[in-house]
Design a protein around this ligand. Structure first.
Ligand SMILES: NC(=O)c1ccc[n+]([C@@H]2O[C@H](COP(=O)([O-])OP(=O)(O)OC[C@H]3O[C@@H](n4cnc5c(N)ncnc54)[C@H](OP(=O)(O)O)[C@@H]3O)[C@@H](O)[C@H]2O)c1
Length: 291
């Protein structure tokens, strides 16, 4: 059983972004699979307040060349994080992120290639992983299962191997549609006809929730490339069955999850509504109960 404690404030503190840090686990290669959600797994300790000797926290983004993934990368960089962009196609990534930003590293990371390769890609310098992968349509009917279930499971296992204790997943509303009386919701039917996509995502979510890793599972409604229209509405799991949201806002929620301890061990469903009041991320994440 992993025996350690979490000092979460240092992970989320904005002021600590540029300080040096270290991750210590008392048992780095042995993790407790059935750890309860609240059971702490690792300790993140700051090594000092010397701004001069700062090390930026590095976040690994899987699916970084995707429509949401690239927004996550851009927002992380804008907030002062260093980013390791995990991508299938390095050349595509170089054109997606032109300009040789010294805080951006691009690494090859196909989530279907197994956890060992992903562990090498994540390496020892990643503080957290954000997963924004999603299968690309192809003739392979198993692609959703391979990418959205096994691929995400591989990423979680790679995190466990590396002692990475923070995982943010972009999932989807309606993943648990069958249990919330939405079996015949056209979106639920359509997406599951496409290779059981939502069921694959739900399986991956369940793996994360049992992993002991501090997770935030973000389930957005229909994704839009347009700029935000309306404010973010955040609800508990298995609540929303319709609605849409700008990918910019989804990326923002993913990045803000890293900065707010209220997001720990939570599943949140998000859409945007013009009539909704604007709320802070403390309020939004804080309004969702851990289960
Ligand atoms: N579309 C919607 O309305 C909607 C609604 C709710 C939730 N979602 C979910 O939200 C997430 C983001 O959606 P999106 O539309 O922004 O994504 P997207 O543009 O389709 O991007 C998907 C990303 O996953 C990557 N990917 C695919 N297979 C991979 C593999 N084997 N290994 C590593 N990376 C792989 C793709 O890489 P390449 O760039 O190399 O192709 C791409 O970067 C997805 O999980 C999606 O299912 C979507």
């Amino acid at each position: 059983m992993a025996m350690a404690t979490v000092t979460s404030t240092s992970l989320f503190s904005r002021t600590s972004l540029f300080r040096s840090f270290s991750i210590t686990t008392t048992k780095p290669h042995s993790y407790h699979l059935k750890a309860s959600a609240m059971e702490p797994v690792s300790e993140i300790r700051e090594e000092g307040n010397d701004e001069g000797a700062s090390v930026k926290k590095k976040i690994f983004v899987a699916g970084a060349t995707g429509s949401t993934g690239k927004r996550i990368v851009e927002q992380l960089l804008a907030k002062g994080f260093a980013v390791k962009a995990g991508v299938r196609d390095v050349d595509k990534a170089k054109s997606t992120f032109p300009g040789n930003n010294p805080n951006l590293q691009i690494v090859k990371a196909d989530v279907t290639e197994g956890s060992s390769k992903l562990s090498e890609a994540i390496s020892d310098d990643s503080e957290a992983v954000i997963c924004a992968t999603g299968f690309r349509r192809s003739w392979d009917l198993l692609a959703p299962w391979k990418v959205d279930n096994f691929g995400t499971v591989n990423l979680v296992e790679a995190c466990r191997e590396r002692g990475v204790n923070r995982f943010v997943l972009i999932s989807s509303i309606l993943v648990n549609g069958a249990s919330m009386g939405q079996l015949f919701n056209p979106a639920y039917v359509f997406l599951n006809l496409l290779g059981l996509t939502l069921i694959a995502k739900l399986q991956a979510e369940q793996h994360i929730r049992k992993s002991g890793i501090n997770y935030t599972i973000i389930r957005p409604g229909g994704l839009k490339n347009d700029p935000p229209k309306g404010n973010i509405v955040m609800e508990p799991e298995d609540t929303l069955s319709e609605g849409s949201i700008s990918r910019d806002q989804v990326a923002e929620v993913a990045v803000e999850a890293l900065l707010h301890p209220e997001s720990s061990y939570k599943v949140v469903e998000i859409v945007a509504r013009t009539e909704a009041p604007k709320r802070s991320f403390e309020e939004l994440f804080g309004s969702i109960k851990q289960r």
